[in-house]
Design a protein around this ligand. Structure first.
Ligand code: HEM
Length: 490
């Protein structure tokens, strides 16, 4: 038979098979737009603003709907009720991690972010315990963040009050906090190894946000057979992993099981305790992947939020003035800010919450998956189905936060100026898979921002009225536009 005919026949069979698979599962899944063969609903999504596409689709299909990203169905949950019902009320069922093919090549299901089942539970429990304030030996996490805040201020002083783009310096500080937690030492902001590590993380976030990687994630065959930026991402991850492996080997030589210095030591001690257990999850492979996960999850998230936060503060000088008045009153100009101060600083607390709410860092969260066949409302979602939760729809709910598009710390204050909690505050997600670094992130945001505002007046280089705070990119992460500001010592 003519090879062209064979090819056409094969392709037709594949198309029919995919259509059949889609329709046979559809009956149990929530409604959604009709997918095209092979590419599914990809053309109905704006890859540069997926969150906005989801808002539009939810207006047609309601708060729970199905999208086909390629051949696979993804159930989208939109709005507080649906997100809470899944992540909190059915926490166990919705605690799986959804597919992220590009990372499956590097993580191979190990570590914390992309693992599942027993492995994820054990590693997560260990991380949470170790990341608690006094989880690692004598030096508390708070002391490590305070030290970094002091170094950050020194670095900002070197700008001599002249206009600067704060991206680089605000990237160094959170990366150094992770370095200090994982392998005890922070780096000088000019250290070559450190700068290289930062650069690789930064390039990876950019590649991760590109439409090409979305294509690779939906058509994993592209990852193995096509050239493209995903190969650079894989190479960078491989480099970071080999760097971490070297560090681990160094620490193994000087390990004192009675005196853990950092996260790696704590993990190595656990490995030692479980060395006779064949099924133990405490292996070198899991240690390398977990530390690499902490770097990836804890660096760009923090630096982008800090950078966006300062932009909002120069756009709203009246808010900044009120924060500085509170800092002067509660801490003064000289004492180092500490976490205990937070309970006496409701305005600052509200400002930090409002920054995170407004920024909406990860608009569609990381993908989840259901761990069993799950009945949800009137639907049956098959085990393993990817679940996308719209955090934007919760953080920008207009009943909970009137004028959600406006930056207003009043969203988190009651009439008497006390801090007001909200169940809709979900930048870290919710439920069993909630950000494992939430405590650390909140500590860094409070201590870094308070220390900066204690020591500097922020000055915009343009009229605050002309500052545009709409995100420059809104794909996987929401990224602020590039800007300059001056740090004037007080
Ligand atoms: C402003 C800062 C941060 C934000 C907004 C943020 C947000 C998030 C979100 C939305 C998730 C996904 C949760 C889910 O799957 O439902 C996540 C996961 C995670 N984050 Fe963060 N994060 C931040 C900082 C950090 C830091 C500093 C660390 C470092 C320790 C960290 C470590 C992790 C880890 C390990 C996970 C995976 C948890 C798991 O799969 O069980 N994050 N984060």
């Amino acid at each position: 038979m003519d090879p062209v005919v064979v090819l056409v026949l094969c392709l037709s069979c594949l198309l029919l098979l995919s259509l059949w698979k889609q329709s046979s599962r559809k009956g149990k899944l929530p409604p959604g737009p009709t997918p095209l063969p092979v590419i599914g609903n990809i053309l109905q999504l704006d890859v540069n603003d997926i969150s906005k596409s989801l808002i539009n689709l939810s207006k047609v299909y309601g708060p729970v709907f199905t999208l086909y990203l390629g051949l696979k169905p993804t159930v989208v949950l939109h709005g507080y009720e649906a997100v809470k019902e899944a992540l909190i009320d059915l926490g166990e069922e919705f605690s799986g991690r959804g597919h992220f093919p590009i990372f499956e090549r590097t993580s191979k299901g190990k570590g914390i972010v992309f693992s599942n089942g027993k492995r994820w539970k054990e590693i997560r429990r260990f991380c949470l315990m170790t990341l608690r304030n006094f989880g690692m030996g004598k030096r508390s996490i708070e002391a490590r963040v305070q030290e970094e805040a002091r170094c950050l201020v020194e670095e900002l002083r070197k700008t001599n009050a002249s206009p600067c783009n704060p991206t680089f310096i605000l990237g160094c500080a959170p990366c150094n906090v992770i370095c200090s937690i994982i392998f005890q030492n922070r780096f000088d902001y000019k250290d070559k190894n450190f700068l290289n590590l930062l650069e690789l993380l930064n390039v990876n976030v950019k590649i991760l946000s590109s439409p090409w990687v979305q294509v690779c994630n939906n058509f994993p065959a592209f990852i193995d057979y096509f050239p493209g930026s995903h190969n650079k991402l894989l190479k960078n991850v491989a480099y970071i992993r080999s760097y971490l492996l070297e560090k681990i080997k160094e620490q193994q030589k000087s390990l004192d099981i009675n005196n853990p210095r950092d996260f790696i030591d704590c993990f190595l001690i656990k490995m030692e305790q479980e060395k006779h257990n064949q099924q133990s999850e405490f292996t070198i492979e899991n240690l390398v992947t977990t530390t690499s996960d902490l770097f990836a999850a804890g660096t760009e998230t923090m630096s982008t939020t800090l950078r966006y936060g300062l932009l909002l503060l120069i756009k709203h000088p009246e808010v900044t003035a009120k924060v500085q008045e509170e800092i002067d009153r509660v801490i003064g100009r000289h004492r180092i800010p500490c976490m205990q101060d937070k309970s006496h600083m409701p305005y600052m607390d509200a400002v930090v919450h409002e920054i995170q709410r407004y920024v909406d860092l990860l608009p569609t969260n990381l993908p989840h998956a259901v761990t069993h066949d799950t009945k949800f409302r009137n639907y049956l979602i098959p085990k393993g189905t990817t679940i996308l939760t719209s955090l934007t729809s919760v953080l920008h709910d207009d009943k909970e936060f009137p004028n959600p598009g406006v930056f207003d710390p009043g969203h988190f204050l009651d009439k008497s100026g006390n801090f007001k909690k909200s169940d809709y505050f979900m930048p870290f997600s919710a439920g069993k898979r909630i950000c494992a670094g939430e405590g650390l992130a909140r500590m860094e945001l409070f201590l870094f921002l308070t220390t900066i505002l204690q020591k500097f007046t922020l000055k915009s280089v343009v009229d605050p009225k002309d500052i545009d705070t709409t995100p420059a990119a809104n794909g996987f992460a929401s990224v602020p536009p590039s800007y300059q500001l001056c740090f004037i010592p007080v």
